[in-house]
Design a protein around this ligand. Structure first.
Ligand code: TRP
Length: 323
């Protein structure tokens, strides 16, 4: 069985984009791979080092979202990065094999550095820690979005460089891109936590209705009767995912017969129906903290068993065993 690892920063609650783009894919992969799912709290420190008190609840909520969304802890090991110290050890060793210009050239680094004014050593090393997350499980594949592709390539480069220097040790991990529909935000801006411009798994039905009511549609369709263009309408994009008979929508939208409010309320019913089982499971898990932390503890035990094996080999191949 091949090994898969993926990670997600504990940013708070998973939104529809995380669910459709990542979690749903992981749920299908957990049957056919040895799977490790890591809540990367150390990565979050790159932005939250002055705000660490928020992490505990975010980590818990993320674990809840994973389980509610269909991750089976019997199949996948779900764990917190900082529970498995080998990530840090390998991060340090890999940091010796990567040059600073390689890291400062990464688009993710350039963009985020500007946007957030980040300039720490830890932030520069973000992709090296990510490479360690992957290689410490000797993962074959890494399911991530396109925005993460270059980070996985860096991990593969580091694996190759390590193998050349010290002998065959790591697989060169590959990106596993999932096909999934792009989930539009509610207001045409950039997806953002602070703007709260997305629907979260944790939202209740009423909140979902409220959020959809304010959602942007075709800007040329101002009132019922105006002709709409479903092909550019983000509400219709969501219909295509959540409304089984969405083929009935374009004609009355174009003719003006179907108003945006009615159209959105139809979507709300379908979206709420699709999310109902997840939300129900979510509530039970939130009331059962002990169980969620048991899952995370068990996941970390399994993760450590795997990483101990890798690190023994790494230390041996690097000749770091002195007695
Ligand atoms: N950088 C990833 C993101 O922002 C999160 C992440 C950290 C990750 N470590 C990982 C993803 C290892 C895949 C594998 O989405």
């Amino acid at each position: 069985m091949e090994t898969i690892l993926s990670g997600m920063q504990p940013t708070g609650h998973l939104h529809l984009g995380n669910y459709e783009g990542a979690l749903k894919n992981w749920v299908t992969l957990q049957d056919t791979y040895e799977m490790y799912l890591c809540i990367v709290d150390w990565h979050s420190l790159t932005e939250e080092v002055e705000n660490t008190a928020v992490l505990a609840d975010r980590v818990f909520q993320m674990a809840v979202d994973f389980l509610a969304g269909g991750i089976d802890p019997q199949k996948a090991a779900v764990f917190i990065q900082s529970d498995v110290k080998e990530h840090a050890e390998l991060h340090l060793l890999l940091s010796m094999l990567v040059t600073v210009p390689t890291l400062t050239r990464l688009p993710t680094y350039i963009e985020k550095r500007e946007e957030k004014g980040l300039d720490t050593y830890g932030f520069l090393g973000y992709p090296v820690l990510q490479a360690a997350d992957i290689l410490v499980y000797n993962a074959h594949k890494v399911p991530v979005g396109r925005d993460q592709e270059k980070h996985i390539w860096l991990a593969a480069d580091l694996a190759k460089r390590f193998n050349n220097l010290y002998g065959p040790t790591f697989n060169e991990p590959q990106v596993l891109l999932a096909k999934f529909p792009a989930i539009p935000v509610l207001d045409g801006r950039k997806m953002s936590k602070s703007l709260n411009n997305h629907i979260a798994l944790v939202d209740d039905e009423e909140t979902t209705v409220k959020k959809l009511r304010t959602m942007f549609t075709d800007p040329q369709k101002l009132r019922k009767g105006d002709p709409g263009r479903p092909e550019i309408c983000p509400v219709y994009t969501l219909h295509q995912i959540y409304t089984p008979d969405h083929a009935d929508i374009p004609a009355p939208c174009r003719s003006g017969q179907l108003g945006c409010v009615d159209c959105k309320m139809r979507l709300a019913v379908n979206l709420n129906q699709a999310l109902a089982p997840i939300r129900e499971k979510r509530k039970k898990l939130v009331d059962n903290r002990g169980y969620v932390f048991d899952v995370l503890r068990d996941g970390a035990d399994r993760a450590r068993r795997k990483t101990a094996e890798t690190m023994a080999k790494v230390r041996e191949n690097m000749k770091l065993i002195y007695r």
